[in-house]
Ligand binder design. Structure first.
Ligand code: G16
Length: 544
C-alpha cells in the first residue's frame, strides 16, 4: 500500500470556475499547492461512490503531463478505484465525455484551457465533468469554489510516476490505472453516426478536404478518421502532432486567430472543405471556397440537413443555441416545427435539455456545435457532419451555404470583443448598462430605436434552476439585435463581448460582408453601452 500524506495548505481565493472550468496562467497553476487545492476541492465536493472511476486526460499543452501525475497521486490518496487515462496524457474533450459515459465513470478531470494559448507563458486549466459526460452544473462549480476558499489540506499518495506513453493497466495500491488509446472509442462512435462509405466514395472521387489540428488535441483523431478510415490523402490533414505550445499557433479556430485558413479559402487552391479545431477539440471552424461559415449558419444548415446522417435519420426532438448565438437556426426550427431553446453561454446549460431528450442538436457562436451523441461540443463531429452533408447532397460547402440563404434568408452575425485591462471599468460598464435596461425601449442611438431590451435570466425548463444576469439583449427597430456580456474564459483583464445579428430575406443583400451589414448597429451598441466614455476604447480589439 502506498503511504498517504495529508499536506497542510492555505486556500487560494481565486479558484472560481468561469464559463468552462478554472483557467489561469501556467505560472499561477505552478504555485505551490495551487492545482492540488482545486483538485482536492472537487474531490471533497462531488459525491463519489467508493471505488469510483475517474477519466483523466488533457489537450497536450505545457504542464499537462506533470498535472496528470499529480492528479493520479491525489486520486490514489482519495480512494478512487479506477482511473482511465488517455495515452500520452491526451484526450480531446468530446472523447473524454464519450469515455466517461461509455465506461460508466463518475468524474472526468480534463486538463485544458481549451482555446486559450499554451506554453510556459500561456494558460492552463481544469474542466471537470460529471457522470453524464457533461460539464459540472453551475451549483456544483460554485460549491467547489466555496470549498476551495476554506480548504486547509489535501492528500497525496506516494506512488511512482506512471508511464503515460505505454498503454495497459498498472496498479497503484488499491487503485488501477488504465492507459488507453485516446482515439479508438471516439472513432468508433463517429463511424456509428455518419455514412463513412458515402464520404469515402466522395473523397475517392476527388473532393478535397483540408483539416488543421493546430498542433493540438485533435491531430491523432483527424489522422485516424480522415486519412486512415475515410481514405483522404495524407496532405488533407495538417499540424497533427500535439505540441506543448501548439507550435506557436493560436489554438482557437476562428478567422482572426487562424488567418492562414481564411487565406487558403480565398485562394485559387481552396479545397471543397477547410476546417480546424481548437486546443481540446471541442470547437470547430468550417470554411468553403471563398467563404467562412458563421457558426450560427453552420448550426442552422446542419439542422436543415440533419436527417442525411444515419445517426440522425429520424430527426431531432428540438434544438438549442446560446443566447448571443445568431438566430439563423430559429428560422429552420420554425420551418420544421421544432422547439428552439435559448440558453446562457456555456455548454453546461445544454446538458439538461440533452439528457431530458428535449433537444438533439445545439450550438454556440463561439465555434461550438454538437448533438446528443456527446455531452460536450465536438469539433471533429461537426467536420464529419459537413462531409456527410456534402456527400449526401453533392454540394460543396459554399453551395450548401448559398442554398440555405436562398431558402431561409441570411442572418448576418458578428462578435466584437473589447479587451479592457482594468476589470473595474468593465464591471462599471456592465452595471451601468444593466441599470439602463428598464428605460431603454424607445431610446434612439446612431440612427436606430430600441424596441425592447432585457437582462437575460434563464430558467432551466428541466430542473427549474435559475441563472440570472447572463447578458443583455437589445432588439432594434430594424430587426437587428445586440447582445452584451463579459467573457468568462479569460485569464487577465476583462473582455467585453458585443454580439450583433440581423436577418434579411433580400437576396441583393446576401453578398454584403458582415462588417458592412452590421456596422450601423455596431455603432448603436457602442453608443448605448457607452464603451468609449467608460473604457476609452474607440474600436474593438478583435472582430470575429
Ligand atoms: C467555453 C465554453 C463555451 C462558451 C465559450 C465562450 O468554450 O465551453 O460553452 O461558449 O467558452 O465563453 P466566453 O464568451 O465566456 O469567453 P471552450 O471551448 O473555451 O471550453
Amino acid at each position: 500500500m502506498p503511504s498517504i500524506t495529508e499536506i497542510s495548505c492555505k486556500p487560494y481565493k481565486d479558484q472560481r470556475p468561469g464559463t468552462a472550468g478554472l483557467r489561469k496562467k501556467v505560472t499561477v497553476f505552478q504555485q505551490p499547492h495551487y492545482l492540488e487545492t482545486f483538485v482536492q476541492s472537487i474531490l471533497n465536493t462531488v459525491d463519489l461512490p467508493a471505488n469510483a472511476t475517474l477519466v483523466v486526460g488533457g489537450d497536450g499543452r505545457y504542464y499537462n503531463r506533470e498535472a496528470i501525475q499529480t492528479v493520479l497521486s491525489m486520486a490514489a490518496a482519495n480512494s478512487i478505484g479506477h482511473v482511465i487515462v488517455g495515452q500520452g496524457g491526451l484526450l480531446s474533450t468530446p472523447a473524454a465525455a464519450n469515455l466517461i459515459q461509455k465506461k460508466g465513470a463518475q468524474l472526468g478531470l480534463l486538463l485544458t484551457a481549451s482555446h486559450n494559448p499554451g506554453g510556459p507563458d500561456g494558460d492552463f486549466g481544469v474542466k471537470f465533468n460529471m457522470e453524464n459526460g457533461g460539464q459540472a452544473p453551475e451549483h456544483l462549480t460554485e460549491a467547489v469554489y466555496q470549498a476551495s476558499r476554506n480548504i486547509d489540506s489535501y492528500k497525496l499518495a506516494d506512488i511512482p510516476a506512471i508511464d503515460l506513453d505505454r498503454s495497459g493497466t498498472v496498479n497503484a495500491g488499491d487503485m488501477t490505472i488504465e492507459v488507453v488509446d485516446p482515439v479508438a472509442d471516439y472513432a468508433e462512435l463517429m463511424e456509428s453516426l455518419f455514412d463513412f462509405a458515402a464520404i469515402r466514395a466522395m473523397l475517392a472521387g476527388g473532393t478535397r478536404v483540408h483539416f488543421d489540428a493546430l498542433n493540438a488535441a485533435t491531430g491523432p483523431y483527424a489522422q485516424t478518421i480522415i486519412c486512415d478510415m475515410l481514405g483522404a490523402p495524407a496532405d488533407s490533414v495538417a499540424n497533427t502532432v500535439p505540441l506543448e505550445d501548439f507550435g506557436g499557433l493560436h489554438p482557437d479556430p476562428n478567422p482572426a486567430d487562424a488567418p492562414h485558413l481564411v487565406e487558403l479559402a480565398m485562394s485559387d487552391a481552396a479545397p471543397d472543405l477547410i476546417a480546424a479545431s481548437d486546443g481540446d477539440g471541442d470547437r470547430n471552424m468550417i470554411l468553403g471556397r471563398g467563404l467562412v461559415v458563421s457558426p450560427g449558419d453552420s448550426l442552422a444548415i446542419i439542422l436543415q440537413h440533419v436527417r442525411c446522417a444515419p445517426g440522425y435519420a429520424s430527426g431531432v426532438p428540438g434544438v438549442a443555441r446560446s443566447m448571443p448565438t445568431s438566430r439563423a437556426v430559429d428560422q429552420v426550427a420554425a420551418d420544421l416545427g421544432l422547439p428552439c431553446y435559448e440558453t446562457p453561454t456555456g455548454w453546461r446549460y445544454f446538458s439538461n435539455l440533452l439528457s431530458a431528450g428535449r433537444i438533439g442538436l445545439c450550438g454556440e457562436e463561439s465555434f461550438g456545435t454538437s448533438s446528443s451523441h456527446a455531452a460536450e461540443k465536438d469539433g471533429l463531429w461537426a467536420v464529419l457532419f459537413w462531409l456527410n452533408m456534402m456527400a449526401a447532397t453533392g454540394q460543396p460547402v459554399a453551395d450548401l451555404v448559398h442554398s440555405h440563404w436562398s431558402r431561409y434568408g441570411r442572418t448576418f452575425f458578428q462578435r466584437r470583443d473589447f479587451f479592457i485591462p482594468d476589470t473595474d471599468s468593465a464591471q462599471q460598464l456592465m452595471s451601468e448598462l444593466t441599470a439602463a435596461v428598464p428605460a431603454m425601449a424607445g431610446r434612439s442611438a446612431a440612427g436606430f430605436t430600441v424596441n425592447e431590451a432585457d437582462v437575460f435570466n434563464y430558467l432551466d425548463p428541466v430542473d427549474g434552476s435559475e441563472s440570472d444576469n447572463q447578458g443583455i439583449r437589445i432588439h432594434l427597430d430594424n430587426g437587428g439585435r445586440i447582445c452584451v456580456r463579459l467573457s468568462g474564459t479569460g485569464t487577465s483583464g476583462a473582455t467585453l463581448r458585443m454580439y450583433l445579428d440581423r436577418h434579411t430575406t433580400d437576396a441583393d443583400e446576401f453578398g454584403l460582408s458582415p462588417d458592412d451589414a452590421l456596422a450601423p448597429i455596431a455603432a448603436t451598441g457602442a453608443e448605448l453601452a457607452r464603451i468609449t466614455e467608460i473604457t476609452g476604447l474607440t474600436a474593438p480589439t478583435t472582430i470575429i
